[in-house]
Design a protein around this ligand. Structure first.
Ligand SMILES: O=C(O)CCC(=O)C(=O)O
Ligand SMILES: [Fe+2]
Length: 203
C-alpha cells in the first residue's frame, strides 16, 4: 500500500495504472480556506442524503448539496436531485479549480462530514449522467482526512491525505477501474466539507 505525503508533485500520477489521479496540495491559503469554509457552511442548503441500499431507503448522517450551471437532474445512489444555481463562493472555487486543473466543470456535488465518524463507502463515480472519463475535481475544507483508492480487480490500494484547501483531480479511466472511499475514523472530531466538480451530459 502506498501513502502519499509531502513532498508531492502535482504532475505525478498517484495511480500505478488504469487511471490518473493528481494531488495539487493546498491551492487555497489558510485564510481563504477558512473564509470559504464559513461561507459554504452558512450559505449552502445542506440536506441529509437519501440513498436506496438493497431496496431500502436510508438517511445518511452526512449532509449533501448539488449545485450547477443549470437545474440538471442527477441520479446518485438511485435518488434523483435537481441542481441549485451557483453561489458566489462556488463560482470563486470553480474558477480556481478550472485554472489549476486545465479542465472545465458544469456542476458540483458537496458533502458535509460532521466528524470523523462520517465517511463514504467504496464506490466509483461512473453514473450515466456524468461525462465518460471526464475529470472530477475534489476540493476539501476543514478537517484533514485520508482518502483511499482500491483497484476493482487487482485490489491494489493507494492512499492520500486531503488537506484543508487542497485539490485532487481524478480523470481518464480512473472511475472504470478504481473504487474510492473516505474511511471513517474515531480520531477526528471536527467537520470537513468536500466539493466534487463534475461534468454532466444530460439535458
Ligand atoms: O469526501 C470526499 O473526499 C469524497 C466524496 C466522493 O467521493 C463523492 O462525492 O463521490
Ligand atoms: Fe466519489
Amino acid at each position: 500500500m502506498k501513502l502519499f505525503n509531502e513532498p508531492f508533485d502535482p504532475n505525478k500520477n498517484l495511480l500505478p495504472y488504469d487511471g490518473k489521479v493528481n494531488y495539487y496540495g493546498q491551492i487555497f491559503s489558510d485564510n481563504e480556506s477558512s473564509q470559504l469554509y464559513n461561507e459554504l457552511m452558512d450559505e449552502i442548503l445542506w440536506e441529509h442524503d437519501k440513498a436506496i441500499i438493497f431496496g431500502k431507503e436510508i438517511i445518511t448522517k452526512r449532509k449533501v448539496a448539488w449545485y450547477a450551471e443549470k437545474p440538471f437532474s442527477y441520479t446518485y445512489s438511485k435518488v434523483t436531485k435537481y441542481a441549485k444555481p451557483w453561489t458566489e463562493a462556488l463560482k470563486q472555487i470553480k474558477q480556481k479549480v478550472e485554472r489549476q486543473s486545465g479542465e472545465s466543470y458544469n456542476s458540483c456535488l458537496l458533502n458535509l462530514y460532521h466528524s470523523g465518524e462520517e465517511g463514504m463507502a467504496w464506490h466509483s463515480d461512473g453514473e450515466k449522467d456524468l461525462k465518460k472519463n471526464g475529470a472530477i475535481a475534489s476540493v476539501s475544507f476543514g478537517a484533514e482526512r485520508k482518502f483511499a483508492f482500491k483497484h476493482k480487480d487487482l485490489k491494489e490500494k493507494v492512499e492520500v491525505w486531503l488537506e484543508n484547501g487542497s485539490l485532487l483531480v481524478m480523470k481518464d479511466e480512473t472511475q472504470s477501474h478504481w473504487l474510492h472511499r473516505l474511511p471513517p475514523t474515531k480520531k477526528i472530531f471536527s467537520p470537513r466539507v468536500n466539493l466534487t466538480f463534475r461534468t454532466i451530459v444530460n439535458e
